[in-house]
Design a protein around this ligand. Sequence first.
Ligand code: NDP
Ligand code: SSN
Length: 293
Amino acid sequence: MEVGFLGLGIMGKAMAANLLRHGFRVTVWNRTLSKCDELVAMGAAVGDTPASVVAKCKYTIAMLSDPSAALSVVFDKDGVLEQIGEGKGYVDMSTVDAATSCKISEAVKQKGGAFVEAPVSGSKKPAEDGQLVILAAGDKALYDDMVPAFDVLGKKSFFLGEMGNGAKMKLVVNMIMGSMMNAFSEGLCLADKSGLSPQTLLDVLDLGAIANPMFKMKGPSMLQGSYNPAFPLKHQQKDMRLALSLGDENAVSMPVAAASNEAFKKARSLGLGDLDFSAVHEVLKGTGGQAKA
Ligand SMILES: NC(=O)C1=CN([C@@H]2O[C@H](COP(=O)(O)OP(=O)(O)OC[C@H]3O[C@@H](n4cnc5c(N)ncnc54)[C@H](OP(=O)(O)O)[C@@H]3O)[C@@H](O)[C@H]2O)C=CC1
Ligand SMILES: O=CCCC(=O)O
């Protein structure tokens, strides 16, 4: 199967590499072109523009930072829309809001193409290992065509029906994750300040009902003040913002998420946006600015 891949950040690079390892023919494009080099060394071809990738490939996947990047790659000059059409499919796996997905979907359909939104749960390591959880919605025939690729990228794919449901599901999941990270960080601070060993707290948490992979993976590095980015904090704050907006639209009160969003915003204002989202711990510790990757 031949696929195009637009966006080779932390996630896109791992996902495209995984497709190559599984025998897919992949043509890549990234705004910063030098990021294509590693994939080329693995056998990928390069397209000059999103449009040229779509012209070459029947199916094109995108993994971009946020709604404005997702829209730009489709609608701007040399974008996806210039070459999408009958018989071609576009799959955006970025985390965006439902309105962005719907806007892209309408434009692609108007040109005769098919569109699926397919944001993912899981971070850098699951992307490398093909263990993502894929939250797809939109054109069912295109979804069915993409199953061989989704089977390589993920451990499970959900087809959630109408366009926008994938984006909404992803935002709900990440809203919970961001709130959990804040509660976890507060707990580590409380243990420390009240004379307990935060390491022992990690051991206790890991044996109880709230044990989870995120606490287990991020806890030890948070205690060291080390935040090598797997999921950049700026993207987690974007997801909290989009989830809160979904709450506004549906009149859902979300005080916990709103407070967590404030902590992520504070972290961004301290220059921690490119570190892992667990760097919000520096805000809750009150030591922002001393964090490292
Ligand atoms: N990291 C994670 O753990 C996860 C991330 N996600 C989501 O996946 C998406 C990608 O995340 P991640 O890989 O971590 O992010 P990165 O910041 O590492 O990569 C972002 C990508 O978007 C590109 N980009 C940004 N702005 C533009 C633009 N205006 N035009 C064209 N390309 C642009 C970047 O290009 P350039 O290299 O030129 O800057 C880069 O390829 C996000 O929506 C994120 O929320 C979902 C699940 C997990
Ligand atoms: O959007 C990012 C999700 C990160 C994760 O699921 O670990």
